[in-house]
Write a protein that binds this ligand. Structure first.
Ligand code: SAH
Ligand code: SF4
Length: 387
């Protein structure tokens, strides 16, 4: 039996190449993209503007296989968490956070993570595998098609595009996106594509613990908003809680952030048009987890001001979200406010993340709790997945 190709694994350029390869007009990629990503139709027979012979050919050779969720949890604050089995051994989670005027989807990029940050539930699990493009973009497809149009909230993108549930995507779920670089870039291109989700690059955020060479590649390949999980102001402390720092220390990371903000403009990639000029919003967001007695003292805040000097940035302080046996505590509200004040007084825009969905273990760093028992523990291998 021949295995049918899952067209959900392709961005539009790849889909056009595939169609050419089977003797079809590559222009059909646009039509197919609209059916799948804008109208949510995955059955070739329903794609009425494709000829019958083409529909028959596609049904024989290809499929559009979207992930199905196994369970859905709804938090008291409206946050939704979906658990997707991606194969017999692994599951991943995505979280949808509805807010007034927008809906943010937090997407996973790997099953597990190899980077072993001390405070992260996903890191505790170790690395299982990279998600395919279809498994990454499938999380967005599902969120968009989960509810009938009438129930949808969020921004309207206008034109013939139906109203959207998801206005923003953050790659802040399970896994390190820049350690699954190629698949993440193809999936992000689909998110930005006007024939698919049409999100602006400012509304798609890649969050990384700091894989420097791939920050540079992202700048060239697909410059979306960048969040960097800094979490400590000096190498001694950062190497302890974010071990990838031993490979890419803070000074190198800061240089990469400067390069990213210098030239994340004026590129044209894969049929996605970028604005010719950047705007003052071209900054990096530094994420900083607040761990009581570890990285939350006032001298840490002062040190942060000095190490990030010269990087166009803003700060987002994340109150630590606890999980079983984490060994850490969340900083007090007072400590967080004092820390924030020091940064603000130095002229740095600094927000404190509202914790959403923690009653369903859907908050940052809590993903993984429910899937432990499905997982096949694998040997951790940082080298295997890093440049
Ligand atoms: N691997 C990427 C993206 C996924 S983690 C990264 O590290 O950036 C998304 C964010 O959640 C990161 O800033 C991460 O440091 C943070 N995080 C991890 N565990 C957390 C926890 N227990 N509480 C609060 N934030 C956490
Ligand atoms: Fe991986 Fe990010 Fe968790 Fe670190 S914080 S272990 S990089 S998912």
């Amino acid at each position: 039996m021949t295995v049918r190709t899952n067209l959900l694994d392709f961005d539009r350029v790849q889909l056009a190449e595939y169609l050419k390869g089977i003797g079809e007009n590559s222009f059909r990629a646009q039509q197919l993209f609209k059916w799948v990503h804008q109208r949510g139709i995955v059955d070739f027979d329903l794609m009425s503007d494709l000829s019958r012979p083409l529909r028959a050919k596609l049904s024989e050779l290809a499929t559009i296989s979207v992930p199905a969720f196994e369970c859905e949890n709804r938090s008291g604050d409206g946050t939704l968490k979906w658990l997707f089995p991606v194969d017999n051994a692994n599951s991943v989670e995505s979280v949808f956070i509805p807010e007034k005027g927008r809906g943010t989807l937090c997407v996973s990029s790997q099953a597990g993570c190899a980077l072993e940050c001390a405070f992260c539930a996903t890191g505790r699990e170790g690395f299982n595998r990279n998600l395919k493009v279809s498994e990454i973009i499938g999380q967005l497809w599902l969120a968009q098609n989960r509810f009938p149009e009438t129930e949808r909230t969020g921004a309207r993108l206008g034109g013939s595009v139906p109203s959207r549930t998801v206005s923003n995507v953050v790659l802040m779920g399970m896994g390190e996106p820049l350690a699954n670089y190629d698949n993440v870039v193809h999936a992000v291109r689909i998110m930005l594509d006007d024939f698919a989700y049409g999100l602006s690059r400012r509304r798609v955020t890649v969050s990384t613990s700091g894989i420097v060479p791939n920050i540079d590649r992202l700048r060239e390949d697909c410059p979306v908003s960048l969040a960097v999980s800094l979490h400590a102001p000096n190498d001694d402390l950062r190497s302890e809680i974010v071990p990838i720092n031993k490979k890419y220390p803070i000074a190198e990371l800061m240089e990469a952030c400067k390069r990213y903000t210098d030239s994340s403009q004026g590129l044209a990639v894969a049929g996605v048009k970028w604005q010719r000029r950047g705007s003052p919003r071209d900054f990096v967001t530094f994420e900083y987890i607040m761990l009581a007695g570890v990285n939350d003292q006032l001298e840490h805040a002062r040190e942060l001001i000095s190490v990030t000097r010269g990087v166009p940035c803003k700060f987002n302080l994340i109150p630590f979200n606890p999980f079983n046996d984490s060994g850490f505590n969340r900083s007090s509200e007072r400590a967080i406010r004092q820390f924030q004040k020091i940064l603000i007084d130095a002229g740095l825009v600094t927000t404190v993340r509202k914790t959403r969905g923690d009653d369903i273990a859907g908050a940052c760093g809590q993903l993984a709790g429910q899937v432990e028992n499905r997982r096949t523990p694998r040997k951790r291998s940082v080298k295997a997945v890093l440049p």
